[in-house]
Design a protein around this ligand. Structure first.
Ligand code: G6P
Length: 606
């Protein structure tokens, strides 16, 4: 989950390395570093903390090199210090790495036995030492790299420079993504299209086991067997390069406000507005399916849970949703007739990818709901169902979540129609409801000032409970996750019916309880839960709609009223208030909203 960039340029590269690292900071921001080859010698600059700290180091001690590599780190082995920051150097070899080397302890012992010593606690330094070990045995650089790769087990994307080699950078990929960028007399390596986006939109994706050498004019790519291979050079969408905050203070704030448009673009890709019918790309026969398995992590998992509620209710099609890190290791029993759907904003999350591959190996049809259309998952599935909300930069997912829900809602309606659960008129009605969602999401974002008012109080809490029933239960989970992620307040999401089975013991005057209760078929029960909580001194933040506001028991600390909506789109409409609540609480606490501590946007290690 670290970010990598490499440039073989015709002019100095330090500034461009930094520009690229800033785009990669979503992958980790514990430390950063660059290295360049100057007159055959490799020079490094590194700093703990964010890219800003590295910029300060470079301002004091500039790096003037036309060939260079850079890295932004999410710490796995060894704390986030300068000493552990990449690039790591051993002898003639300097490299940056994204991934985890599983046999590094063993290799380290072997290399120590050869008289080598180590400066850092990282697994990465072992790779550098291993490549150098092979080089000193007399192998040329590419052969030395390949010999080292063959000894590694685990995951890696690498960019490597060699002392004495002014003209080229080597790279390799297994388990972690790496792209080659083709510029004008310059070449690039990067973790993704975003990394090389400012320099080129012509990109080749390396495949598992590939390694590569780039110079100013070409990339020589080899497969896992050492055979030269060609990987297709594609033109990637310019949108990959568009990531600006505009007038917003944070990407998260901007992305919350982007949601009406992101949902509109996404819905437009799954319905036919001339006929008001669903139009799901990919030719999956929902009538023939016996079951859907959704695998995902984090917020994408919660979107998947909402998908289960909608698809089972509307289409009578069984859906299992599971956290990918559990699914991949527990040997789940799978049957024919199933479709696996990987839900992932990035399309790169290691556990989700592994769970997807597990299902594919069992012969299941596969689909991926992803934001990164060129991601590994998108490239490996039978059917890609992209979301169209644009690049999401804030670590806490917002607009990708609602766009994912738009796709799942469209699938639910399409499956219901294909399975004869609804007639064409009902399909058209539901599609029109869905098309109305962006306007209502925009209205619910207008709750901004009501949310701001309550945020100051919630910011004082140690614990917050979120309760909901039916589709509001996954949303309660998402509300709690958002708050935890960016404000560092402990929060739990519960199915409101579980209140009496434990969480009610937590209720006291200090614990705010956020109850999500639109006026739906669950409303009366949620209102009873609200009374039970208030009877025990609980401070209720009641998020509802106009009819719910009229019917709610008196005594809530705060009532927030989102627009009323058809139950089909209520989860979409109720998302903004919980996202805004987490956002404003985090602001109150002075937390780093876009880059919360310890987290990373894309988790490409398990
Ligand atoms: C990280 C991010 C979350 C995200 C999760 C899954 O934990 O911080 O926002 O929901 O990964 O990521 P994916 O890219 O697979 O949706």
């Amino acid at each position: 989950m670290c970010g990598i960039i490499g440039i073989v340029g015709t002019k100095p590269v330090a500034e461009r390395l930094i520009e690229s690292l800033k785009r990669l900071e979503y992958r980790g921001y514990d430390s950063a570093g660059v290295a360049g080859v100057v007159g055959g010698h490799v020079q490094r600059r590194r700093a703990a903390g964010k890219i800003k700290a590295l910029e300060a180091v470079l301002a004091d001690d500039p790096l003037v090199a036309k060939v260079g590599i850079g890295h932004t780190r999410w710490a796995t082995h060894g704390g986030p210090s300068t000493r552990n920051a990449h690039p790591h150097t051993a002898g003639r070899v300097t490299l940056v790495h994204n991934g985890i080397i599983e046999n590094y302890a063993e290799l380290r012992e072997m290399l120590k036995g050869e008289g080598r010593s180590f400066d850092s606690e990282t697994d990465t330094e072992v790779i550098a030492a291993l490549v150098d070990f092979e080089l000193s045995g007399g192998k040329p650089p590419l052969e030395a790299l390949k010999a080292a790769l063959d000894k590694l087990s685990g995951a890696y994307a690498l960019a490597v420079v060699i002392e004495g080699e002014d003209e080229f950078i080597m790279g390799a990929r297994k388990g972690s993504p790496l792209v080659v960028g083709y510029g004008d007399g310059e070449m690039f390596l990067g973790s993704d299209a975003l990394a090389v986006g400012p320099f080129t939109n012509r990109i080749a994706y390396l495949e598992e086991g590939d390694y590569v050498a780039i110079d100013r004019h070409q990339a020589r790519i080899f497969d896992v067997h050492g055979q030269p291979v060609l990987r297709e050079v594609r033109q990637v969408a310019a949108s990959a390069a568009l990531v600006e905050k505009g007038n917003y203070r944070h990407f998260m704030e901007k992305e919350i406000h982007d949601q009406p448009e992101g949902c509109q673009r996404t819905i437009a890709a799954y319905v036919d507005t001339l006929t008001d019918r669903t139009a799901i790309p990919g030719g999956i026969d929902f009538a023939a399916l016996e079951r859907i398995q959704i695998v995902a992590c984090g917020t994408s998992y919660i979107a998947g849970l909402l998908g289960k509620y909608m698809i089972e209710q509307l289409a009578d099609l069984p859906v299992d949703v599971e956290i990918a890190s559990e699914f991949r290791y527990r040997q789940p029993a799978l049957r024919g007739g199933s479709l696996v759907i990987a839900m992932s904003q990035s399309g790169e999350t290691a556990d989700t990818l592994a769970a997807l591959r597990y299902c594919q190996a069992k012969g299941m049809q596969s689909a991926a709901v992803v934001n990164a259309a060129e991601s590994t998952m998108a490239r490996e599935v039978d059917v890609v169902w992209p979301i169209h909300c644009g690049p999401e930069i804030g670590v806490a997912s917002t607009k990708a979540f609602t766009a994912q829900i738009c796709v799942l809602t469209s699938l639910a309606v399409a499956a219901a129609r294909a399975r004869g659960r609804i007639d064409e008129a009902e399909e058209q009605r539901l599609v029109r409801v869905l098309l109305g969602a962006p306007r209502l999401i925009a209205e619910s974002i207008n709750l901004d000032s009501a949310v701001r008012a309550v945020a100051a109080e919630i910011a004082k809490a140690q614990d917050v409970l979120y309760l909901g029933r039916g589709p509001m239960y996954p949303l309660a989970l998402e509300g709690a996750l958002k708050l935890k992620e960016i404000s560092y307040i402990h929060a739990e999401g519960y199915a409101a019916g579980e209140l009496k089975h434990g969480p009610i013991a937590l209720v006291d005057e200090q614990t705010p309880i956020v109850i999500l209760a639109p006026f739906d078929s669950y409303f009366e029960k949620s209102a009873s839960n609200m009374s039970e909580v208030m009877a025990r001194g609980g401070q209720v933040v009641f998020i509802t709609d106009p009819q719910g506001e009229r019917q709610a028991p008196a005594g809530a600390r705060v009532v927030m009223t989102a627009p009323g909506s058809d139950p089909l789109i209520t989860p979409l409409v109720m998302s903004a208030p919980i996202q805004l609540l987490a956002y404003y609480v985090a602001l109150q606490k002075g937390a780093d909203v876009d880059q919360p501590r310890n987290l990373a946007k894309s988790v490409t290690v398990e």
